[in-house]
Design a protein around this ligand. Structure first.
Ligand code: ZN
Length: 76
């Protein structure tokens, strides 16, 4: 068995930079190769909790994949 090099995305979670709560990204980018390319950068999303716009980049976003890998901040 060889590992799937381009697994489907299971979830993308964003941590609000204003209130610290986490919420799912409004758009689920899949598979992994598309997340790698640019999807996590240069987007502003509205926090579901406090309503503020928050930046998303690899410091406050984690994308998890069906093979158990992740991109971004896995502490979220
Ligand atoms: Zn918030």
């Amino acid at each position: 068995m060889t590992a799937n090099k381009d697994p489907e995305t299971v979830s993308i979670t964003i941590q609000c930079l204003k209130c610290g709560e986490t919420f799912p990204a409004p758009i689920l980018v899949s598979p992994k190769s598309k997340v790698d390319s640019s999807a996590l950068a240069k987007n502003m999303v509205q926090c579901k909790h406090c309503g503020e716009m928050t930046r998303c980049d690899k410091e406050n976003v984690v994308a998890r994949f069906e093979d158990g890998t992740s991109i971004g901040n896995d502490e979220i």
